[in-house]
Design a protein around this ligand. Structure first.
Ligand SMILES: C[S@@+](CC[C@H](N)C(=O)[O-])C[C@H]1O[C@@H](n2cnc3c(N)ncnc32)[C@H](O)[C@@H]1O
Length: 190
């Protein structure tokens, strides 16, 4: 039997977690694979906001999703997503999804970076619902990628909730790291 790719495992957990009508954010749109999963999970009564700094990512996402009601793509730094989200969404996001690295098929020098990623994680934590999840799939091959993944890991580990780390053995070095953070009142910060 084929081992599911990490991104398929992320999508499977998002499908288990999200319900119709939920609110969600894709913090790194890229080619729109994660956004497509979120849109499918929340259905026509839910809402999904997607962010990317590259116009190329927005057009790739538009091409993949078509015209979906309840989906908005914003060309902006995810560190400033709070300036673009409706204020009444604060504390109601049931999922915020990050996929760190470069745009596949795009310019490999345009990558996510530790400082803006950490700032975006901070906003995401502030806007998550009490039972929300933050998923971060960190590809670590770009310069600073290992440090970026470590910094997000440390930030999530220090938050109230349960953090699961998955780093499968792979041929690719360094292997990607998946961080799945479930906010919960039952798990106080360490
Ligand atoms: C690995 S790709 C995302 C893949 C995507 N989630 C998908 O499903 O195809 C990372 C993306 O993050 C974007 N990015 C880099 N820095 C960013 C920032 N500060 N704010 C928002 N997006 C950023 C890149 O432009 C790139 O498209």
């Amino acid at each position: 039997m084929r081992t599911p790719r990490l991104v398929e495992r992320v999508h499977a957990d998002l499908r288990r977690h999200l319900r119709a009508g939920d609110l969600a954010v894709d913090a790194t749109l890229g080619n729109g694979h994660d956004a497509a999963c979120l849109v499918q999970c929340v259905g026509p009564t839910g809402r999904v906001w997607g962010f990317d700094v590259q116009e190329r990512a927005l057009s790739a996402t538009r091409e993949r999703l078509g015209d979906v009601p309840g989906f908005a793509a914003v060309q902006a730094d995810h560190a400033r997503m709070d300036e673009h989200l409706p204020k009444d969404v604060r504390g109601r996001l049931r999922a915020v999804v990050f996929n760190l690295g470069w745009l596949p098929g795009g310019d490999h020098t345009l990558t996510t970076r530790t400082a803006s990623t950490l700032a975006a994680v901070e906003v995401a934590l502030a806007w998550l619902a009490p039972d929300g999840v933050l998923s971060c799939l960190a590809y670590r091959g770009h310069p600073g990628g290992q440090q970026e993944a470590r910094a997000v890991d440390a930030r999530l580990a220090a938050s109230a909730g349960r953090l699961t780390r998955v780093a499968p053995e792979g041929t690719r070095e360094p292997a990607p790291l998946w961080l799945w953070f479930e906010r919960s009142r039952d798990h106080p910060p360490r």
